[in-house]
Design a protein around this ligand. Sequence first.
Ligand code: MLY
Length: 272
Amino acid sequence: QNDDFQWTSYLQETDSVCAPSECFRQSEIPPSNDFKVGMKLEARDPRNISSVCVATIIGVTGARLRLRLDGSDNKNDFWRLVDSKDIQPIGTCEKQGDLLQPPLGYQMNTSSWPMFLIRTLSGCEMAPATFFKKEPPVPPLNYFKVGMKLEAIDKKNPYLICPATIGDVKGDEIYITFDGWGGVFDYWCKYYCRDIFPVGWCRLTGDVLQPPGTHVPITKNIAKTQSSTSKETEPIKKNIAKTQSSSSKETQPITKNIAKTQSTSSKETQPI
Ligand code: MLY
């Protein structure tokens, strides 16, 4: 998997560094994903965040779940990490004295909801409580610096995780820029956003990492470029990077944070 893109050679080619794991609101050892397609759980409705709804797992990718709200259409699927606070076992709502809500865009008459709920839950396979992991804490400070590399979800195509660069830092906000895509997909987010990951995340979780875009030339370390007055944004020919990266299976750790992760435990280890 990801045979056509390797961070190690890419970081060398771009003369850049990865954002250390301390920057992220992610477990240093990614959580295991034990969920199975078809299982049901409770999920916050992304289009109406005050509602908790029933969701079915439509797909499993890396440490993420592809979810569809029961009673909704197939055009509004969303993805959540197994340690997201937006998901919980079936029964959690009831225990708290709350009611499960129909999703925004519930396709039938609202009066049919109570019966729909009974039917959708009857005999369903409920995701066991042990599969849900605790959300990691917010890092105490915004440690991101302009030019650092990371893996980030493309919010316009949220199933995609892509190589990205910190383009700007302002207070507790960071600007995520997608390598090779010319700015169209870039966005601001909080430094503790759950949609961004350290370099190596996809390799560790088994999720798919997209290759950089080919729409604009990849530039070298933007921190360096910004600090000097001269234009030294030498474009990197993508095919060169490809040729180099495909020549060998990489066994060497990419960065300090990944090295740490790899040496402490295997992928199967469950965080607390
Ligand atoms: N079909 C879309 C996909 C773009 C994805 C861009 N991400 C990876 C930054 C398009 O080509 O517009």
